[in-house]
Design a protein. Sequence first.
Length: 273
Amino acid sequence: MKVVAVVQARMGSSRLPGKVLMPVAGAPLLVRMVERVRAARRLDDVVVATTALPEDAAIVSLCESSGLPVTAGHPTDLIDRHLQAARERSADVVVKIPSDCPLIDPQVIDRVVDVYRSHPDLYDFVSNLHPASYPDGNDVEIMPLDLLELADREAKKPHEREHTTPFFWDQPERFRLGNIRWETGLDLSMSHRFTIDYREDLTFIQEIFAALYRPDASPFSLGDILALIDRRPELMAINGHLAGINWYRHHMDDLRTVAAHETRPMAAGEALR
């Protein structure tokens, strides 16, 4: 069973264009994030999946110069892009991790992958998002290659193609779904924002790396981040007003298994600054 993580990345973010190449601790954000994903011990390979658009040639160039496997595929069909990346790396199992999670904890990745590896005949799809409990930005979703191929054949709705996995988790009557809740028993998914979509998110992430990143040490953990913001609560004020905002809000009419309390609309004054 070859388990491959696919990190989707592109330059054309509508809210913060070029975010994956913005500087974090002396390197592009994408490089710092892939370092953390590669530190997960239960993955066999990691590949960046970008698009074939000219603007994303910069991502291909960065990956090649940094020794990161990369593939360039469809700009909006993420099922197709993940499938292409998985086939090129001879994956049996695909782990979807978006590039807007530069603070993802490798141990969280390992915990979700371990559940799938331990029960390959029990689950069709395993994640830590449905419902979520970890701080936003620790997104891990796992599916076998044959089911990703099934989604490629059958998924027709635009949001299914764009977001890759709703085809699975929004059909619980059809697929055997596993969800990993945070072992602490806490739910910080709507209160703690460790992802990047806005300028404030970038500032928060840069501050976290400035305080915790050490190039010669193991990646800092989710616990390290939480301990830091306990000591320095002013960090939460940087992007705390954006907590709970996610892409689900734009598809509430399409999704059957997402409740209103799992997302919130952006209020006036919360736009990109």
